[in-house]
Design a protein around this ligand. Structure first.
Ligand code: SF4
Ligand code: F3S
Length: 308
């Protein structure tokens, strides 16, 4: 598969595009060849990204984990726990060369004690220490979800734990796969891109352009209502959601054709506005959620530009 074909598939708006691309990656890896190792760490987060990954289809998460990557550590999903889980993580870190997926922000206040993934050697291991131990051996760091990418809800005002996005605490290259939560296709697509072509082209927020390069507004099915000036009078209305606080005009993501829940629906089609969950300023700069964008801008969103 050429990179142009991969990007065309991503733009085609066909459910299961990542399934087709993943099949190419599987044949590239070969049936018995070694698969890239995945280490998935969770810090200040709600586990929403792990839960969203359980909703992956075409391919399903089982296929991803059996045919595309070998998960050495994923605290939310692995059967091992306690010492055995820790040993699996240590062993992967010693070998190195893994994709390091980070879910959740990294808190820095009080030595990072607001997020303690586990106890090691009889003492709490704060997220910042765990990340620093794991980053050196990573072939690629992927920040999964808006908390890991930009701080997200974990860093929302007044951010009492001083939570940060991963790119703020490392000098290593980071791919930000933002979203609250992520669409599973965005993670699978990024993994496939890494396997087949290496790191994707990134935008100024270090997000893959093939996923976040267009605004929601550019492909929204209600765009004709917007152009005609016909706006919904309430949530659930049939017309454009701009009147209900839609951030689609300045939010980069492919939700209108990527779709969610087994490629079934997305926020605007369900009658709610896009609240800009992939943006670097989410949720503070999307608030108040159901207030039209011009009023949000007047209330202090200034400087929050368009993603794409
Ligand atoms: Fe744009 Fe939102 Fe209206 Fe869709 S609902 S046309 S994204 S403003
Ligand atoms: Fe998020 Fe907007 Fe898509 S809120 S899920 S980027 S439609």
């Amino acid at each position: 598969m050429r990179i142009e074909e991969f990007h065309a598939l991503a733009r085609a708006g066909r459910p299961g595009w990542s399934g087709e691309a993943a099949a190419k990656a599987r044949s590239f890896l070969g049936p018995s060849g070694p698969k890239p190792v995945l280490v998935w760490l969770e810090f200040n987060a709600c586990s929403g990204d792990t839960i969203s990954m359980l909703n992956a289809t075409q391919p399903g998460l089982g296929q991803v984990l059996s045919e595309l990557v070998a998960a050495a550590y994923w605290n939310g999903l692995m059967p091992a726990e306690g010492e055995a889980a820790l040993a699996a993580l240590m062993s992967a870190v010693e070998r190195g060369g893994y994709f390091l997926a980070v879910e959740g922000a990294v808190p820095l206040r009080q030595g990072g004690l607001y997020a303690v993934p586990f106890i090691a050697g009889g003492r709490p291991a704060p997220a910042i220490e765990v990340f620093k131990a794991a980053e050196a051996g990573a072939a690629q760091i992927i920040a999964v979800g808006t908390c890991a990418a930009f701080g997200g809800p974990s860093a929302a005002r007044p951010n009492p734990s001083d939570s940060r996005g991963v790119w703020e605490i490392t000098n290593r290259p980071v791919i930000n796969v933002s979203g609250c939560p992520i669409n599973p296709d965005w993670v699978v697509g990024t993994l496939v891109h890494l396997i087949l072509f290496g790191p994707p082209e990134l935008d100024r927020y270090r997000r893959p352009v093939f996923l976040y390069g267009n605004t929601i507004h550019a492909h929204c099915q209600r765009r004709s209502y917007y152009d005609l000036g016909r706006f919904a009078g309430e949530l659930g209305g049939a017309e454009c959601m701009f009147s209900q606080g839609c951030m689609g005009p300045i939010t980069g993501a492919d939700c209108p054709y990527r779709l969610w829940n087994d490629h079934l629906n997305w926020p605007v089609k369900a009658g709610t506005p896009c609240i800009g969950c992939t943006k670097s300023g989410f949720p503070d700069k999307s608030s108040p959620f159901y207030t039209p964008l011009p009023q949000k801008l007047r209330a202090g969103l200034k400087g929050e530009g368009s993603d794409a």
